[in-house]
Design a protein around this ligand. Sequence first.
Ligand SMILES: [Zn+2]
Length: 83
Amino acid sequence: MEKTCSNGHTFFKTSNCSVCPLCEKERTPVADFLTLFPAPARRALENHGIITLERLAATSESELLSYHGFGPSSIDIVRRLVI
Ligand SMILES: [Zn+2]
């Protein structure tokens, strides 16, 4: 049976497990650094797939600031993380 999760992934429901495997895969490597950000900024990063320090370092500050929920105080956190 095909299912679509809340993030729009389509996957085949197997046995009695209805957890989206793609979301699970994305969830597992979430790094500790995300917990340093306030919830709105953390959601903004997650929504843009920035769930590793490598991705964070590769994203410009102006782009981060364009994300909804990501403010200047979160940039300070980024600067401390990414040197
Ligand atoms: Zn999903």
